[in-house]
Design a protein around this ligand. Sequence first.
Ligand SMILES: *[C@@H]1O[C@H](CO)[C@@H](O)[C@H](O)[C@H]1NC(C)=O
Ligand SMILES: *[C@@H]1O[C@H](CO)[C@@H](O)[C@H](O)[C@H]1NC(C)=O
Ligand SMILES: *[C@@H]1O[C@H](CO)[C@@H](O)[C@H](O)[C@H]1NC(C)=O
Ligand SMILES: *[C@@H]1O[C@H](CO)[C@@H](O)[C@H](O)[C@H]1NC(C)=O
Ligand SMILES: *[C@@H]1O[C@H](CO)[C@@H](O)[C@H](O)[C@H]1NC(C)=O
Ligand SMILES: *[C@@H]1O[C@H](CO)[C@@H](O)[C@H](O)[C@H]1NC(C)=O
Ligand SMILES: *[C@@H]1O[C@H](CO)[C@@H](O)[C@H](O)[C@H]1NC(C)=O
Ligand SMILES: *[C@@H]1O[C@H](CO)[C@@H](O)[C@H](O)[C@H]1NC(C)=O
Ligand SMILES: *[C@@H]1O[C@H](CO)[C@@H](O)[C@H](O)[C@H]1NC(C)=O
Ligand SMILES: *[C@@H]1O[C@H](CO)[C@@H](O)[C@H](O)[C@H]1NC(C)=O
Ligand SMILES: *[C@@H]1O[C@H](CO)[C@@H](O)[C@H](O)[C@H]1NC(C)=O
Length: 807
Amino acid sequence: MAMGATLPLSRHLVSLVALLALSQAFSATAQTYTNVTQGTILTPLGSTNSWPSPSGDFAFGFRALDSNASLFLLAIWYNSTSPQAIVWFANGHNPVLAGSKLELTSDGQFFLTDQSGNEVWNPGVSNASYAALLDSGNLILVSSSSSSPLWQSFASPNDTLLPGQTLLPGSSLRSRLTDLDYSEGRFELLDQKDGNLVLYPSAMPAGNLYKAYWATGTVDSGSNSRLVFNESGSLYLALTNGTQMAIFSNGTYSTNDYYQRATLDPDGVFTLYVYPKSASNGQQEWQVAGTTPPNICTAIMNDYGSGACGYNSYCVSNGDSGKPDCLCPPNYSFIDSTRKYLGCMPSFAPQSCERNQTDSFEFQPLAQIDWPLSDYELYTTVDEDQCKEYCLSDCMCAVTIFKNGDCYKKKLPLSNGRKTSSFPGTALIKVAKSNPSTPQPPGSTAAVEKKDRKTLILVGSLLLGSSGLLNMVFLAVISVNALCRYGNRRPIKPESSVPGMNMRVFTYGELEQATNGFSEELGSGSFGRVYRGSLTLDSRTWIAVKKLDRLLHENDKEFMNEVRSIGQTHHKNLVRLLGLCNEGVHRLLVYEYMSNGSLKSFLFASERPHWNRRTKIALGIARGVLYLHEECSAPIIHCDIKPENILLDDNFVARISDFGLAKLLRTDRSHRTNTGIRGTRGYVAPEWFKNAPITAKVDVYSFGVVLLEIICCRKSLERGVGNEVVMVLTYWACDCYREGRLDLLVEKDEEAMADMSVVERFVMVAIWCIQEEPSLRPSMQKVIQMLEGAVAVPAPPDPSSYISSIR
Ligand SMILES: *[C@@H]1O[C@H](CO)[C@@H](O)[C@H](O)[C@H]1NC(C)=O
Ligand SMILES: *[C@@H]1O[C@H](CO)[C@@H](O)[C@H](O)[C@H]1NC(C)=O
Ligand SMILES: *[C@@H]1O[C@H](CO)[C@@H](O)[C@H](O)[C@H]1NC(C)=O
Ligand SMILES: *[C@@H]1O[C@H](CO)[C@@H](O)[C@H](O)[C@H]1NC(C)=O
Ligand SMILES: *[C@@H]1O[C@H](CO)[C@@H](O)[C@H](O)[C@H]1NC(C)=O
Ligand SMILES: *[C@@H]1O[C@H](CO)[C@@H](O)[C@H](O)[C@H]1NC(C)=O
Ligand SMILES: *[C@@H]1O[C@H](CO)[C@@H](O)[C@H](O)[C@H]1NC(C)=O
Ligand SMILES: *[C@@H]1O[C@H](CO)[C@@H](O)[C@H](O)[C@H]1NC(C)=O
Ligand SMILES: *[C@@H]1O[C@H](CO)[C@@H](O)[C@H](O)[C@H]1NC(C)=O
Ligand SMILES: *[C@@H]1O[C@H](CO)[C@@H](O)[C@H](O)[C@H]1NC(C)=O
Ligand SMILES: *[C@@H]1O[C@H](CO)[C@@H](O)[C@H](O)[C@H]1NC(C)=O
């Protein structure tokens, strides 16, 4: 009886719960517009973590950082553009973690607290009855008793002004530090109370301002000048006497047709960006429509500070767009390529007054480049050779500028560097000699490889002469085989310690025991077999032991050098090397074990992995490759990026393996590394088959192929599918892109279909990566920025010259 009574009730409960869940799901996805009432809480991972403006053009709420998805910004952004654009943020210097929340309390306070409950941001209002994000992008807090807002985001701008927004006397815009770092940057646009509108560089990190680099020059025009960006899109300084001074010379874009924002960019240029609301007004991307100052490279010149670019770098104004590029002099490289403002450092050993300067250094000329400050000696009426001689014999001298018989000696750090076509002088950069008689860098078996390469090219041209894609595939197979059979192994004495290496040295016996006599094979790669094992001390720590039986190097020292450079890499998208064994004829490498197998088994499994997870993996791989190319101490070209070499850890984070087994890059990346053909058919860049330099761009190419595989969940080469073009994923993807049929690439993949803008962006990036011409391929840094949507992806050209050249 009791049972009979509860049954219908519980059934009722079930359907009620289902109904509730349904209505909740509905309200979460529908995003209908409501003002935010008291008692509302917003969290980064809640079902709703942002609110739209009535039109949906803007959104306000939590946003994961592009540079680190576990950190969140409380922000307002253009939500209907691609890429979206952040126009205001509350906590740029202090992004919060998932446990944080934004609250409008029942007594009308509005504030952001972090994961530990500490207050991070509070506009200082009480008695707000609701908050509303208006269609202008203005967030307002309103009290029931007053019609004017208690607080509005338009009155507290960061780096951006929107149409309808005014910068009042005494207030300023502050650039962010980099495109991806929202903390306070190096430039400020200040609407001064003396009537002048001024751009200042600021001292990092203290923030005080240096001498201005641009101003309207309206000093003493009254104390009430305002920078107005009015609703119809005019941006002007409204002087006290009523005169309007336009800030950008290119006129006005209608706010009916264009989304707009005026941003003080991290590079110091105050820039008007416009985005066509409809495709009939031009390509739907953020376009530069006005810049101030016209050339920032020459505008900044201060005794203090590094200038527009970082120390030791120089600034090149990028043509009409007015945006600068910062570059390093030859044989110098960026301290951190994601933070170029930190400047460049010599990539050769620093000068020492003990070395014989004449023997150790030479000059690299750089026309039209000047660092106008940083002089410490001037010699007049000398010739260029004398000028060099004077700098060479002086161990303080880093650079000398030779100009019309004058010779300026300069010391580090160099500041205010710029390229000016009208500059009549030449910078002579003092760099370490690359002496051909000194030993080659570790791992270069140049002589052997040159020979192999020549034969290969010969074989290659014969085969290519007889044409056909299959021949090319065949050639790649031969090449890989040929090059993996390097030299003869020589017995090696056991090594007891590895100086300078933070790695464990195992004996062969230890590894034999750890792998239970090499009983569980995980797979085999181009260098040998891989076995699973566990360290005896802690049997839960699995390891992967790689037996190198097809050895690349004959020489023990070279092997240790290569291993040392692998051991020095630390990045979350790389598989860590834990130790090694170098005993007798045995050479083994011990890696951390990756529980979730390779990208190959993940991607081509019977069940298609989630789109979201795939996009994260693609970005992870890109970050790993960027680290190898630019961020680790000895740059590495992987040469064999493919799904088999990308492993997945417990959290499905992509981890690149097998890196460093190819050549180490030289410091000068444009130089051919003389590696023979490595790599795997379907993934190798075309320059391997030509007598063209091998650079880091071969990895960019392979990454592009893997990216297409990730997008389509299809192998790069698939036999027996229709004609040749369909068989090769890269051709097929380019055809689909050209014909505007990207849907074919993700057919039956509903998650990807629902995210076509990202699919399109990824495919465009991939096509850039697989350009036949290596110089057209972007750097991995650029690839990441494009994948993340931090910069727009221009339409890629057809890489099909590649096809025609092999037919
Ligand atoms: C939301 O707030 C705006 C601005 O105060 C007001 O004009 C509008 O009527 C409010 N809308 C709703 C649905 O309460
Ligand atoms: C922002 O736009 C995306 C689509 O690009 C949409 O899914 C999301 O709901 C929008 N966010 C808000 C708060 O409207
Ligand atoms: C992201 O930020 C969190 C918190 O600061 C940090 O622990 C984590 O290491 C960061 N991840 C990356 C990839 O920088
Ligand atoms: C908030 O409103 C209440 C009642 O309207 C008033 O008594 C109180 O002083 C107000 N508080 C502030 C800080 O304005
Ligand atoms: C951005 O503006 C908000 C509101 O004025 C302010 O609290 C915050 O400190 C600013 N952030 C940066 C990085 O300037
Ligand atoms: C307003 O002031 C500016 C700068 O002081 C001056 O150039 C301009 O002629 C003035 N305009 C009028 C109408 O007085
Ligand atoms: C914006 O300024 C321009 C130039 O002064 C003017 O023609 C236009 O009417 C103004 N628009 C609004 C909405 O005030
Ligand atoms: C300004 O307009 C001219 C001519 O329409 C155009 O060539 C130029 O690129 C524009 N400049 C900017 C910064 O948009
Ligand atoms: C440095 O080497 C050059 C050439 O080898 C020699 O002429 C010169 O005397 C040396 N200088 C010093 C200071 O030893
Ligand atoms: C310096 O760069 C040049 C070309 O850019 C290169 O040929 C040379 O080997 C480099 N020297 C060193 C020491 O890296
Ligand atoms: C991935 O790793 C997790 C944690 O080790 C495990 O639970 C899961 O089954 C693995 N998935 C696959 C596909 O191997």
